[in-house]
Design a protein around this ligand. Sequence first.
Ligand code: NI
Length: 139
Amino acid sequence: MIPKKVAVFRKEHFNAAHRLNNPNWSDEKNERVYGKCNNYNYHGHNYDLIVQVTGEIDPETGYVMDMKILSDLIKTAVLDKFDHKNLNLDTEEFKDLNPSAENIAIVIYDKLKSQINPQFDLKIRLYETERNFVEYPVG
Ligand code: NI
């Protein structure tokens, strides 16, 4: 019998401030490319984070992964670090990395991936607004 794989999801939320800026560009170009997200004094987003873990069901528990463990992990690795923070100023991760939704998703992936059993596939979906969201990895 082929083992059944199931995806489980945990939805979390954090809010954080950021400013998108490329220091190699002129003020005009930054303004043109990033618009409001280039606002000099930063601005906030309400980020919705969906963490997807895919794997085989453990026959003993009936779970793919204990959601309490996943929830605690997201809290420690992500929410405690980013919630109510200015990503550019308050975090090591984005000191030299533009805190676009794309880059935030990759940073979150890397933080969680290293702490989750490697037999699981991990995927991050990050909503910066209700209509704009990114997913990593792709496929
Ligand atoms: Ni923004």
